[in-house]
Design a protein around this ligand. Structure first.
Ligand code: NDP
Length: 295
C-alpha cells in the first residue's frame, strides 16, 4: 500500500457499516489509517488493506491527527470520547463527528470539546454507506469554518460533496433531522400505499412505476413550496388545502375498510383540517408548516 505524505494520518472510531466505508475510503486514498471499534474483529478486512487496528480508543486517537467518529448516536460517541484517557489524547487534535444525533447533542459536544482543548467539527452523512468514496456521497458539516477549510482536502477523500453549513455546530444535525423527517415520513407513506394496494389486489411491482411518478412530482414542489414558506405567501391556486383534505379522507376510508391502520393519514388530514379551521383553506398545503410552528 502506498501512503500519502501530504495528508495527515487519520483515525476512525466506530466500524459499523458506515465507519468501515469511511476507513476504507481513507485507506484507498493512501492515508495512514488507524481504526478502533468497541467490539473487536470488525477491523479485520481493513487491516488486510493496511489499516492499523488499535487496541484502545486512546491508542487510536494518539495515532491520528484527524479523528473521525461514526457510531450509532451521541450516547455512544460520549462513551468513547469523554473517557479521561481519551479526552487527554484528543487534546490539540481535531474531531470530526459524523455520528447522527440531535442539534442539541452536537452543540453540547462542541462545548465539551472546547473545554478540553479539542478542535471540533460536527457532520452528517446524507447518503447510504455504499455511496462513500463515490460522487454520490453527501456530507454536511458545521462548526468553525477555518477548521473545516483546514481539513477539507482530507474530508474530500471520502468522495461526494462536502457542504459547510455554518459556524453554529448544530446546523449539520438540524439539516439531518429535517431531512430524516422527510425521508421517514415518505417511506411510511410508501409502505402504507403498498399495504392498501395489496389489499385491493395490486402488487407493489405494479404500483412502482406510478409511485416513481409521484416521487418525480416532488422536487419542483419542494422548490415552489420553499419560496412560499420563506415569503409567507402559501399560494393554493393549483391545489387548495380544502381539495387536498378530501383526497386524504378517501385514503383513510379505504385503509380502514381493509382494517389497515390509517393513523399516519389521519394525522395528515388532521393538519389539513386545522389549517382550514384557522381560515386558510384556500392556501396551499405548505401552510401546514406555518401552523405547526405556532405555539
Ligand atoms: P450503527 O448506527 O449501527 O452504529 C454501529 C457502531 O456504533 C458500531 O461501531 C458500534 O460498535 C458502535 N456503538 C454502538 N454503541 C456503542 C457504545 N455504547 N460505545 C461504543 N460504540 C458503540 O452503524 P452505521 O455504521 O451504519 O452508522 C453509524 C452512523 O452513521 C449512525 O449515526 C448512522 O445514523 C449514520 N449513517 C449511517 C448510514 C448507513 O447507510 N449505514 C447512512 C447515513 C448515516 P459495536 O460494533 O461494538 O457494537
Amino acid at each position: 500500500m502506498f501512503t500519502s505524505p501530504d495528508l495527515p494520518a487519520v483515525t476512525v472510531l466506530g466500524l459499523g457499516p458506515m465507519g468501515r466505508e469511511l476507513a476504507g475510503a481513507f485507506l484507498g486514498s493512501g492515508l495512514r489509517t488507524t481504526v478502533w471499534n468497541r467490539t473487536p474483529g470488525k477491523g479485520r478486512e481493513l487491516a488486510e488493506r493496511g489499516a492499523t487496528v488499535a487496541g484502545t480508543p486512546e491508542q487510536a486517537v494518539a495515532a491520528g491527527e484527524l479523528i473521525v467518529v461514526c457510531v450509532v448516536d451521541y450516547d455512544a460517541s460520549d462513551a468513547i470520547l469523554r473517557r479521561d484517557e481519551v479526552s487527554r489524547a484528543l487534546k490539540g487534535r481535531t474531531v470530526v463527528n459524523l455520528t447522527a444525533d440531535t442539534p442539541g447533542r452536537a452543540r453540547d459536544t462542541a462545548d465539551w470539546a472546547a473545554t478540553h482543548g479539542i478542535d471540533y467539527l460536527d457532520g452528517a452523512i446524507m447518503t447510504p454507506a455504499p455511496s462513500i468514496g463515490t460522487p454520490e456521497a453527501v456530507f454536511l458539516h458545521s462548526g468553525p469554518r477555518d477548521l473545516f477549510e483546514r481539513h477539507r482536502s482530507v474530508l474530500e477523500v471520502l468522495g461526494g460533496t462536502h457542504t459547510h453549513l455554518g459556524e453554529d455546530t448544530g446546523r449539520a444535525a438540524t439539516f439531518d433531522i429535517a431531512l430524516l423527517d422527510l425521508f421517514w415520513t415518505a417511506m411510511a407513506g410508501y409502505a402504507h400505499a403498498v399495504a392498501i394496494a395489496r389489499a385491493e389486489g395490486v402488487t407493489a411491482g405494479e404500483l412502482a412505476p406510478f409511485a416513481q411518478g409521484i416521487g418525480a412530482i416532488l422536487p419542483p414542489l419542494f422548490e415552489q413550496f420553499a419560496q412560499d414558506a420563506d415569503s409567507g405567501t402559501y399560494s393554493g391556486e393549483i391545489n387548495p388545502v380544502t381539495s387536498a383534505a378530501s383526497t386524504m379522507a378517501h385514503v383513510v376510508e379505504v385503509s380502514e375498510s381493509h382494517g389497515i391502520d390509517a393513523g399516519v393519514m389521519r394525522a395528515v388530514e388532521g393538519m389539513a383540517r386545522r389549517v382550514i379551521g384557522l381560515g386558510h383553506g384556500a392556501d396551499g398545503f405548505i401552510r401546514v408548516a406555518e401552523v405547526l410552528g405556532r405555539h
